[in-house]
Every structure is written in structure tokens, then in C-alpha cells.
Design a protein around this ligand. Structure first.
Ligand SMILES: [Fe+2]
Ligand SMILES: [Fe+2]
Length: 352
């Protein structure tokens, strides 16, 4: 509902080349409680005036020198894309053609001069009520839309945070700072970007990559944390983290979890077909997993593990080069080596 005070505070713009008409209107409206009255007797200035003040109602004369009422209405349609405030035409010309044309050109209503005061006031009130309600609905829609967007972003953020924290659970036993996941997903995102993936895909890759080792949650401590060489049986258990991870992530409708499932399953496949669990070869290995395997191995080499000390970056890079076309997609290996500046910056940022 629109209150009386809102009606009387509404901005009314009066355009008439005859000063005495404006004085008359101003007098009537002021006496009846309207306080926000603007007027101009210069039709050529009317549109500038309109833009500056954004009125809620326009009282418009038709026959004016320079720019007539029809031309002003035509301009308003263009300025506001047909959503301009209501226009009440006031004119001495009472022919039916004039009336029709004024309504066609965008006037909401029409009154002949000399007008009846009661009629004038009731039309003004009706038109203002309509316009202020319309504006209120627009505002409410906008507020609602903003709230929905805010809530959606919040939910997404919470989901992503939950995923990150769950990924940490799996990682926690052999990396209690969770830095491997952070660095590896950063490297994967850098390589995804340089290889031409779209921003939205890179973002998905970044989060999905964090779950690559989630299957480790089922690998017992005595195997996962064993400092020495693994027995063949123990090695089989370690290898099963790919299938187990994919199983944990399977069956989701979320694009992110589907991608995470794919990465969990195939991040240990090798370009030459000697990887696990399926021995996929070359381009049969999903692109995102070819990216993740380089990112994963580079970080594993340059970090401390229960069974090894961290390698210096140069030694790790030499190893990555050696593995080009063996473990890794040759093109992606080159791109990774060429992105070393970004990779090392990320590495510094997430140092243990
Ligand atoms: Fe893994
Ligand atoms: Fe990893």
C-alpha cells in the first residue's frame, strides 16, 4: 500500500510554455498537500530537467514552441525504454484526434483545459498510486533477487569448504598441514588455465583435484605411513585408493563431484599405459587427470614424505622432463615447465 505521505512527497514535473498555467497548477497542488513540485516553461529544457530529477508524474501541455508534447513523449519512451512515469496531458485542444494521438504517444490520461480541480486531483492521485506501487514492486523484486544471489553464493561457499575439509581428512595422516592438497590443486589450476580451459572449468578442476586422494582414508596407517619399502600386497592396498576414492564420490548429480570421481580414479594412469588402476594410455586418460598427475608428482617430489626427503626444485624438474611421454602427456609437460614462474609462486605461498 502507498501511504498519503508518500503520495504527497512524490515528485511532480509540470511542463507548459504558459507561465500562468504553471502557477495555477502549482497553487492547486500545493494547497492540496503536494510539496515536491517542479516546473518548466521551456520545453527544450524539459528532458534535461526530467533526467536530473526523475519525477514520479509528468503534467504535460501539448502545444508548445520548440518541442511539443508529442515530441517530449517520444523522447521519454527512448530514454526510459517505454518504462517512463505516467504522463497526464493537459491541453486546450479538445478534438478527438488530439486525444487519441496523445494516448497513442504514451500519455496515461488526458484532461482538457480549463480543467475541473476535483477531476485533476483524483487523476493525479490515481496515477501516482499506480506509479509508486509499480516502483515498490520493482524495488522488492530487486531486493529479493539480491538476497537469493547472496544465499546461493553462501551455500556454494559452504559446499566448497565442506569438500576441502573432507579432503583434508583423507590427507591428514601423512600431511597434517593439508598443504599437499593446496599446492597440488593450485598447480593443476595453473596448468588447466595455460592449456586453454575455460575459467569455469578451471574452477571445477581446482576443487575436484583436492579430492584426488580421498580414497586414502581406507588405506591403513601401517601401510600409508610405512617409511620403508612396501611389500607387493601393501602396494596393492595403496593402489586401491584410486578405486575406493572413485567409489566414495560416485553417483552424484553434481558436476564437481563427477569430475572429482574421474580424477580420483585416473590420476595415477600413465601416458605409456603402465599406470594404475586400468592401464589407460595416452589420450584415453582424461585430460583433467593428465593435468593432475603432473601437478601431483611435482608436489610429491618437492615435498617430504614418510619414505623420502624433499627434492630440490631443479632435480624435480629434471625428473618431470625425464617422465615426459612416459608418465605424462608431452604437451602438458611442456606447458607445465613453461609455467614454472606461476607454479613456484604458488609453492612459496603454501609452504609447510
Ligand atoms: Fe593418489
Ligand atoms: Fe596426491
Amino acid at each position: 500500500m502507498i501511504s498519503d505521505s508518500e503520495i504527497f512527497k512524490a515528485k511532480i514535473l509540470m511542463i507548459d510554455d504558459q507561465r500562468e498555467n504553471l502557477d495555477l497548477l502549482d497553487g492547486i497542488l500545493r494547497v492540496h498537500g503536494y510539496s515536491n513540485l517542479l516546473f518548466t516553461s521551456e520545453p527544450l529544457e524539459a528532458l534535461g530537467f526530467y533526467k536530473k530529477h526523475s519525477p514520479d508524474l509528468i503534467l504535460l501541455d501539448l502545444n508548445m514552441p520548440g518541442l511539443d508534447g508529442y515530441q517530449i513523449m517520444a523522447q521519454l519512451k527512448i530514454i526510459e525504454n517505454y518504462a517512463h512515469p505516467p504522463i497526464l496531458v493537459l491541453t486546450g485542444d479538445s478534438t478527438i484526434e488530439t486525444r487519441k494521438r496523445a494516448l497513442q504517444e504514451g500519455a496515461k490520461d488526458f484532461l482538457n483545459k480549463p480543467f475541473d480541480q476535483i477531476e485533476l486531483l483524483s487523476r493525479i492521485r490515481n496515477m501516482l498510486e499506480y506509479w509508486l506501487l509499480y516502483k515498490q514492486v520493482l524495488d522488492q523484486n530487486k531486493i529479493l533477487e539480491e538476497k537469493v544471489q547472496e544465499r546461493t553464493a553462501e551455500i556454494q561457499e559452504t559446499q566448497l569448504e565442506t569438500i576441502q575439509r573432507l579432503s583434508l581428512v583423507a590427507e591428514y595422516r601423512d600431511d597434517d598441514t593439508g598443504m599437499h592438497i593446496k599446492r597440488m590443486s593450485q598447480y593443476a589450476a595453473i596448468l588447466g588455465k595455460t592449456s586453454g580451459m575455460k575459467e569455469e572449468e578451471v574452477k571445477l578442476l581446482f576443487y575436484a583435484a583436492q579430492m584426488h586422494d580421498i580414497g586414502k582414508i581406507k588405506v591403513p596407517d601401517q601401510v600409508l605411513l610405512k617409511p620403508g619399502k612396501l611389500t607387493p600386497e601393501e602396494w596393492e592396498i595403496v593402489k586401491s585408493h584410486t578405486v575406493l576414492g572413485a567409489r566414495i564420490l560416485s553417483g552424484s548429480r553434481s558436476k564437481l563431484l563427477q569430475l572429482a570421481e574421474l580424477i580420483a580414479l585416473t590420476h595415477h594412469e600413465k601416458w605409456d599405459g603402465t599406470g594404475y588402476p586400468s592401464g589407460l594410455k595416452g589420450e584415453d586418460i582424461p585430460f583433467v587427470s593428465r593435468i593432475c598427475s603432473i601437478a601431483d608428482v611435482f608436489d610429491a617430489l618437492t615435498s617430504k614424505r614418510p619414505y623420502k626427503e624433499p627434492w630440490p626444485v631443479e632435480k624435480a624438474l629434471a625428473e618431470i622432463k625425464q617422465l615426459k611421454g612416459v608418465n605424462f602427456d608431452p604437451e602438458l609437460t611442456e606447458l607445465f615447465l613453461n609455467s614454472m614462474d606461476q607454479v613456484l609462486t604458488a609453492r612459496k605461498q603454501y609452504k609447510n
